[in-house]
Design a protein around this ligand. Structure first.
Ligand SMILES: [Zn+2]
Length: 55
């Protein structure tokens, strides 16, 4: 498969469909939610903050 997505935070391959949809793994997504909006914007300039039921 060529559709290997990687976590935008740590660069590890995302295995679950939910993680791929958000671009971050569950662990990093949890970290991002604790981050300040300013720090988050450096990683997600488009304000694409990962949220989901898997968090
Ligand atoms: Zn990650």
């Amino acid at each position: 498969m060529s559709d290997v997505r990687r976590c935008t935070v740590c660069g590890r391959p995302l295995t679950s469909p939910a993680s791929r949809a958000h671009g971050t793994g569950p662990v990093c997504a949890r970290k991002l939610r604790k981050m300040s909006p300013k720090a988050r914007r450096q990683l997600f300039p488009v304000d694409d903050v990962p949220t989901g039921p898997y968090l």
